[in-house]
Design a protein around this ligand. Structure first.
Ligand SMILES: [Zn+2]
Length: 305
């Protein structure tokens, strides 16, 4: 029997997932150690296999999982669209992406992180394990990480200077299209999220990112902090006056990220005293929020094409 290979990176570190939510679709679900999990349509797979492997596509797919985004569905058109929007990362940006990935994997400061260059190279947008090794070596030479090689993988630890660097680079958004949304998780506001905020952000060309309710549990953890760092700006809807929303918006302001404030009209007088000075978008329906937010994003940040 022919060995199964990944249609994207062509390695054999892959398995096919059967009987998942995609079983009725015309295509296949894969779980690749290099690219991460994805679904690909039958036609898209044929197209991919007939051309050269594009390491940027592996990097993009892997970074969806890395950033806790939904599992990518690769259809012929969506692949073309994705490839068209790839940005060129500089060597320094790739080093920062790698340092951030190490930060995300660090259980507590001082704890080593294990990286496997053969399968982990896409997290740094490297084209192969050689480039990944070089980026890791650069971080080491810059004194940002220390590492000890064990056979086939690297044990890496962020150094004090590395933590300094993460702090001072924190304002540089790594993924320029991500927008962090801070709002109450009350089901009553679901339409505000779906049809109002998310839809306005997407119309302006950005990706709306909201932490899952389950992940949040009303505490601010390292994941939220790192997601705000990775976002270009923040939309904070203070309806229902949740403390977490104020904290997340304040943290973003400290990182020089623009914050767009929103509130439901009948709660306008409840806004916290210290943030009342900011020009809030006042909404009554998801549609009115969507329209106002879209224009505010275009005016303050600019539409992303
Ligand atoms: Zn792969």
């Amino acid at each position: 029997m022919e060995e199964l290979t990944c249609p994207i990176c062509r390695t054999s570190y892959v398995r096919m997932i059967e009987n998942d939510e995609y079983r009725t679709r015309d295509g296949f679900s894969y779980e690749c150690a290099v690219c991460g999990p994805f679904f690909i349509s039958r036609t898209a797979e044929i197209n991919q296999r007939s051309g050269d492997a594009d390491p940027r596509l592996s990097a993009w797919i892997r970074n969806q999982e890395e950033n806790k985004r939904p599992k990518p569905e690769l259809l012929t058109n969506s692949i073309d669209e994705t490839i068209k929007n790839f940005r060129q990362y500089s060597v320094l940006e790739k080093q920062l992406l790698l340092l951030r990935a190490i930060e995300r994997r660090t259980v507590y400061p001082g704890k080593e992180v294990t990286l496997n260059p053969d399968t982990d190279y896409p997290i740094a947008w490297a084209v192969n394990c050689d480039e990944f090794e070089y980026l890791l070596e650069s971080l080491e030479q810059r004194g940002l990480v220390t590492r000890s090689a064990i056979i086939g993988s690297s044990e890496v630890k962020i150094s004090p200077r590395g933590w300094d660097n993460l702090d001072s680079e924190a304002w540089k958004p790594t993924f320029t299209d991500q927008v962090f949304v801070a709002m109450s998780f009350d089901k009553i506001l679901d339409a505000i999220w779906e049809e109002g905020i998310k839809s306005a952000i997407e119309k302006a060309g950005y990706k709306a990112h909201r932490i899952d309710k389950e992940e949040h549990i009303d505490r601010i953890d390292a994941k939220i902090i790192s997601d705000i760092k990775d976002s270009l700006f923040v939309v904070a809807d203070v309806t229902q006056q949740k403390q977490g929303v104020y904290f997340e918006a304040g943290y973003a302001m400290g990182l020089n990220r623009p914050v767009i404030w929103c509130v439901k009209k009948d709660e306008l007088d409840k806004i916290h005293f210290d943030t009342r000075q900011y020009n809030h978008i006042v909404w009554e329906t998801p549609e009115s929020l969507k329209e106002q937010l879209y224009y505010r994003i275009c005016a303050v940040i600019g539409k992303r094409t």
